[in-house]
Design a protein around this ligand. Structure first.
Ligand code: HEM
Length: 426
């Protein structure tokens, strides 16, 4: 069981040493108990997070040597703060963030998610610019691709939405944007699914071998494709990045290959979960589904409410460059704060009746995509994909119902998604 100490100041402001908590004892807890590794949190993380927000907005976990921050204003302030660091090398010795860096030492450059300036901007800016341009210029093709996936589902009967729609859509879309050859799509799908096993810290030995083989195959294939596009540019993102390098853009091949793979690792599972969580929420809130059916202009707001209510990514992190105070607690430079996006998105100080799923709620910025310099670069793409899936499903089927009694949430810490979603359609 988690137990927290209520914050209780025992000194006057100004009497604290940095690194010493304002609390008579810092609120302590275990962040792993807030993830899908814990049965209760896997089923529903929001009850525990509500308790945390109310009693320990900055909680220290001595085992993993990180803080958990749970109130919206604190989370928003941290993710938007451009002085914060992201590189695991900047993190406290012995913390899980630092151990992560050591695990990956010698593996070549990091993805932009784990870079700091000036390297972060040098790599992120051209990649994001090219991706946004591609998303805009390919919007119609992306939508057609999604339609074709949904149109190949049964016209009536029962099927697993995860397997038949939510998993293939993001993979096929990113393959198209990147410029993966049609003839290699099957392999690309297998490699992509293997590569995202890197998000699972408790892989079996067999899964680790599968992941390593997938990563290696992807790297090799992207390397080959890059060479090919240098010789003969095509209308795709890999050609855009080859042109960036040719025009003097400072980005090594290794940085480019890591970050192309990063688009799959950062984007596939998360978008799959947005689609899966979204359909599950609508099917379990029939009034909301009915509202959406009768007013399609609510599709965009519905996607953002899904992102707020069951965010696919549970938390993100930042490392403090200097001693400073966060959420009322003095903290030391090098200490890492985990920002609970799940908790911030249910903070009643920002969202009225936060535990109500309401696609018509007044627009307020959630933090499902993080923020600041590291704001998710795939956010516009994820939104387009989820909107189109919802639109096409509602166009194609007059009725959609849940065809399973119980939902099984995936046992993957720091993410939230459903393993299987059987639906009955007609
Ligand atoms: C619903 C879908 C998605 C969710 C919920 C999501 C969430 C996130 C979050 C929380 C971050 C960290 C932001 C921060 O620390 O402030 C992030 C970063 C990132 N995401 Fe996404 N993401 C999604 C889809 C995608 C897609 C489709 C792509 C690629 C096509 C993508 C690529 C990335 C990359 C490359 C980063 C690192 C950005 C940086 O550090 O500069 N994501 N995402």
């Amino acid at each position: 069981m988690l137990s927290y100490k209520m914050p209780q100041a025992d000194k006057n402001p100004g009497e604290y040493e940095l690194g010493e908590s304002v609390l008579s004892e810092p609120a302590k807890g275990n962040i792993i108990e807030l993830t899908a590794f814990n049965d209760e949190a896997r089923e529903n993380p929001h009850r525990k997070l509500k308790n945390l927000r109310e009693t320990a907005p900055a909680m220290r976990d001595d085992a993993t040597k990180v803080w958990m921050i749970s109130r919206y204003d604190d989370v928003r302030g941290l993710v938007n703060d451009t002085t914060m660091l992201r590189s695991p090398h900047a993190a406290e010795e012995g913390s899980i963030s630092r151990r992560f860096a050591q695990l990956n030492d010698g593996e070549g450059p990091q993805s932009i998610l784990f870079m700091d300036d000036p390297d972060h901007s040098r790599v992120r800016k051209p990649l994001a610019k090219a991706l946004y341009k591609r998303i805009q210029s390919m919007k119609t093709e992306i939508e057609e691709l999604i339609d074709s996936v949904i149109d190949s589902c049964p016209a009536n009967g029962t099927f697993d939405l995860m397997k038949d729609v939510a998993v293939p859509v993001p993979i096929l879309v990113i393959a198209h944007i990147l410029g993966v050859d049609e003839s290699r799509l099957g392999e690309f799908r297998n490699w992509s699914e293997a590569a995202i096993l890197s998000l699972n810290p408790v892989r079996t030995a067999e899964q680790t071998a599968q992941m390593e083989a997938g990563n290696e195959a992807l790297r090799h294939y992207f390397g080959e494709l890059l060479e090919k596009r240098r010789r003969e540019p095509c209308d795709d993102l890999i050609s855009d990045m080859a042109a960036h390098q040719k025009n003097g853009g400072e980005m090594s091949n290794a940085e480019l290959l890591t970050n192309l793979a990063g688009l799959l690792i950062g984007g596939n599972l998360t978008t799959t979960d947005l689609i899966g969580n979204g359909l599950w929420l609508l099917l379990t809130h029939p009034l909301q589904l009915q509202k959406l059916r009768s007013d399609r202009s609510l599709t965009g707001p519905a996607v953002d409410e899904i992102l707020r209510f069951e965010s696919p990514v549970a938390s993100t992190s930042r490392t403090l460059p200097n001693d400073s105070e966060v959420a009322g607690c003095p903290m030391k430079g090098t200490q890492t704060v985990f920002c609970s996006l799940h908790s911030a998105n249910r903070d009643p100080d920002i969202f009225e009746e936060p535990d109500q799923f309401d696609i018509t709620r007044p627009k307020k910025a959630h933090v499902a995509f993080g923020g600041g310099q590291h704001l998710c670069i795939g956010a516009p793409l994820a939104r387009i994909e989820a909107r189109r899936v919802l639109e096409r499903l509602l166009d194609r089927y007059d009725t959609i119902e849940l065809a399973q009694d119980e939902i099984i949430w995936r046992q993957l810490p720091f993410f939230r998604g459903i393993e299987e979603l059987q639906i009955r359609v007609s």
